[in-house]
Design a protein around this ligand. Structure first.
Ligand code: SF4
Length: 266
């Protein structure tokens, strides 16, 4: 798929989202929020659902949590236009409640199509509901800051998933702010590992086994600039698809409060 074809395909999906009535969330939305960013990126960030500001503007992560996400990207030298940002559900759940399972299921087709077009090496989940769509059964308090092979029909098996708390969680639970910054510092390294894993898959190598993916057992979790450059070289930027393709074709238990308690979608 050429860049123009990829961009056109994403615009077609966005139009489908804006006209979608597949679940009850369309009844209360102001604007659907398909997502935005680079069609050429290797990294897709997936949140849970639009909040008040997103619903009004039709853009993802434009409130306070969005500002923190932009800040987090900046800590590794990336900008919003270097990645693609979207959500599990594209329409705002009323009162910022958690999306219902049937709503997530109804919207999965849109997300699956977006991921098929972008074909990212790495998906970064933001929050419990996004994590649950990509790594069912995983607990965010245990897996945040680590990468795992995708365990979902939303992605091909050679894709890698990196788990993070939702940025809004840090706005309401200050101790998570540094956790999110530290975890974000691991994302460039996870991208490098994801590229290697995808390449191994394409070559049919056994190196593509799950244990080859960066995780708490495989990679220590240093601070932002410990041994990974804060700003990745240009060839390692998440939008460097061409460069990569040349070398490789409930509060408490999980530490993240519930959406309605924390205005997770704000
Ligand atoms: Fe359609 Fe998704 Fe919006 Fe539901 S949340 S109406 S499935 S776009």
């Amino acid at each position: 798929m050429t860049p123009d074809e990829r961009q056109s395909a994403l615009e077609t999906i966005a139009a489908d989202v804006r006209g979608c009535t597949a679940c009850r969330l369309h009844e209360t939305r102001t604007l659907a929020v398909p997502g935005e960013g680079s069609a050429e990126t290797e990294v897709v960030f997936v949140g849970e659902g639009p909040g008040l500001n997103e619903d009004r503007q039709g853009r993802p992560f434009v409130g306070a949590a969005g500002s923190f996400l932009t800040e987090l990207l900046g800590t590794v030298g990336w900008g919003r236009s270097d990645v693609f940002i979207t959500n599990v559900v594209k329409c705002r759940p009323p009162e910022n409640r958690d999306p219902e399972p049937d709503e997530v299921a109804a919207c999965a087709g849109h997300l699956r199509r977006q991921l098929a077009v972008i074909d990212p090496a790495l998906v970064v989940t933001l929050g419990r509901h996004s994590l649950g769509s990509f790594l069912p059964g995983a607990r965010i308090g245990q897996v945040h800051g680590t990468a795992r092979p995708a365990a979902t029909d939303l992605l091909p098996p050679e894709s890698t998933v990196f788990a993070m708390y939702h940025p809004a969680a840090a706005l309401h639970q200050g101790s998570l702010r540094q956790t999110l910054i530290t975890d974000m510092g691991e994302v460039p390294r996870a991208l490098l590992a994801a590229r290697e894993r995808a390449a191994a898959f394409s070559e049919g190598s056994t190196a593509a086994e799950p244990e080859a993916v960066a995780g708490p057992e495989a990679v220590a979790r240093p601070g932002i600039a410990a041994d990974v450059p804060a700003a990745m070289p240009a060839a390692d930027a998440p939008s460097a698809r061409a460069a990569a393709s040349t070398s490789a074709p409930a509060p408490g238990a999980d530490g993240e409060p519930a959406a309605d308690q924390l205005t997770l979608f704000a």
